[in-house]
Design a binder for this molecule. Structure first.
Ligand code: SF4
Length: 459
């Protein structure tokens, strides 16, 4: 009973967040940077920030995430970290030999006011950036925004520093990946391949954070979007952004810089969002959706139809990131379930507007985004009237235990389970995985808790 003091009585909190449903901006920037081939993320701040961000990613992916730090001391905290970063750039290129260094800031360096443009330009003037190597950067103060903002800023920086337009557009569609698992990216690329569409995905964590164990350590795994691919995004004929919060900024920048038109769709989680993604790709790549993909869709619908009685009317509480929660909530509604409580620590109007629309036929549904949309509030709502299922990251396990409620891990971070970086939740196959997980959670709970005379062999 770790959360036994949580009450159902909400009070108006103006300046207090309890168990936030978000994390630091730099984690997002660090994660996005790992989607560039041969990239070493660099945290411009103190060691503690870098350790926390790196270890959070390592715990989630169960992979050794490498990142460097400017390692601020008392001196750099007072006088600025310019000298540290210049020295770090020289050391990294000399010792660790990355193709790209992706620098992001932290609360401390932002508060001091370190000017990354000026510092990186000095490193360049001093000849510390070798020919053919790059230093890119973005600002990620954690006192504004969240890990989602940091991810978005880093992806936008990829466009700013690399995308280049030549006079000739190519028959290629850019896929700007929002925050999702490498498995989700792999599934989206597989769908594009089955359609025979030529695409460039960026960032791309496949082959970086889902690598096989082969006895050799590779500081820079084979995966990730390469520099020539990032450059070529400026010559593509269209861009599809997957998730508004994480990718819209990059899409706008790419259009402004290289005149590549774009459309932002939801991350393809669930039936309708996958339909919309595939229709968009089909339209812009000018290719039909092959029968094999339609067959996968049919299998998903068959599974849903076979098990509708277990899903109908089930009340669900969700927490996490807006780009994932929006299509996930829509999917649950299409399963005739009732997503009744939803919180996201990342603020923004699009979340509120989309949720209003998706939940318009569920009057009892409550949703909230921003700093006060925290795990404590979600638990208070659950105390007021319980739910049948919890879906979210590991921070929900205490609520699940206290309320004895089935719980499916989804989102970031997941520190206490494995497999999320191998098994997708995107596409029809991913939606099938998700429905199976939901059904198993309900059936396991029923088998465990129902009276003996109600135990069913056939379910
Ligand atoms: S909130 Fe700021 S200071 Fe704290 S770990 Fe995150 S980036 Fe570092």
């Amino acid at each position: 009973m770790l959360l036994k003091h949580t009450t159902d009585k909400e009070i108006d909190r103006k300046a207090l967040t309890i168990n936030p449903a978000k994390t630091c901006q730099p984690i997002g920037a660090m994660y996005a940077a790992l989607g560039i081939h041969g990239c070493l993320p660099h945290s411009h701040g103190s060691q503690g920030c870098c350790s926390y961000h790196r270890s959070t990613l390592t715990r989630h992916f169960k992979e050794p995430v490498v990142a460097a730090t400017s390692s601020f001391s008392e001196g750099s905290s007072v006088f600025g970290g310019s000298a540290n970063l210049v020295q770090a750039i020289e050391t990294m290129f000399t010792v660790y030999k990355p193709e790209v260094i992706a620098v992001h800031t932290t609360c401390l360096s932002e508060t001091i006011g370190d000017d990354l443009t000026q510092i990186v330009s000095k490193a360049n003037d001093d000849g510390l950036i070798p020919e053919g190597k790059f230093v890119i950067y973005c600002n990620t103060p954690s006192y504004v925004g969240t890990h989602i903002t940091g991810y978005s800023n880093q992806v936008a920086a990829m466009v700013k520093f690399f995308s280049t337009a030549t006079p000739k557009k190519k028959n290629v569609v850019n896929l700007v990946a929002g925050w999702m698992e490498p498995s989700d990216m792999r599934e989206i690329k597989r769908l594009a391949q089955v359609m025979e569409a030529r695409t460039i995905m960026f960032p791309d964590m496949t082959g970086v954070l889902d690598t096989p164990l082969n006895g050799k350590y590779h500081m820079y795994p084979d995966g990730g979007t390469t520099i020539p691919e990032l450059r070529a995004t400026g010559d593509s004929k269209f861009t599809i952004g997957l998730g508004q919060y994480c990718t819209e900024d990059a899409c706008i920048k790419l259009e402004n810089k290289c005149k590549v038109k774009f459309e932002v769709v939801d991350i393809p989680i669930g039936l309708k969002a996958t339909d919309r993604f595939l229709m968009s790709l089909s339209r812009h790549a000018n290719l039909p959706i092959p029968d094999s993909i339609t067959e996968e869709r049919g299998q998903l619908i068959d599974l849903i139809a076979d098990n509708a009685k277990y899903l109908y009317g089930k009340r669900v509480a969700l927490w996490g990131d807006p780009d994932t929660l929006i299509p996930l909530t829509e999917f649950l509604v299409s399963l005739d379930m009732k997503p009744v409580y939803i919180v996201s620590g990342t603020p923004g109007k699009p979340f509120d507007e989309r949720m209003s629309e998706i939940l318009k036929d569920i009057p009892e549904a409550k949703f909230m985004s921003g700093e006060r949309a925290d795990m404590f509030r979600l638990h208070q709502w659950i105390k007021q009237e319980g739910v049948d299922l919890l879906i979210g990251n590991t921070y929900g396990k205490y609520i699940a235990r206290d309320e004895d409620t089935p719980f499916i891990r989804f989102g970031f971070p997941i520190a206490d389970r494995s497999g999320h970086n191998y098994f997708p939740k995107t596409g029809y196959v991913g939606a099938t995985n998700l429905v199976i997980q939901i059904l198993n959670a309900f059936m396991d709970h029923q088998d465990r808790t129902c009276p003996e005379e109600k135990v069913e062999f056939q379910m």
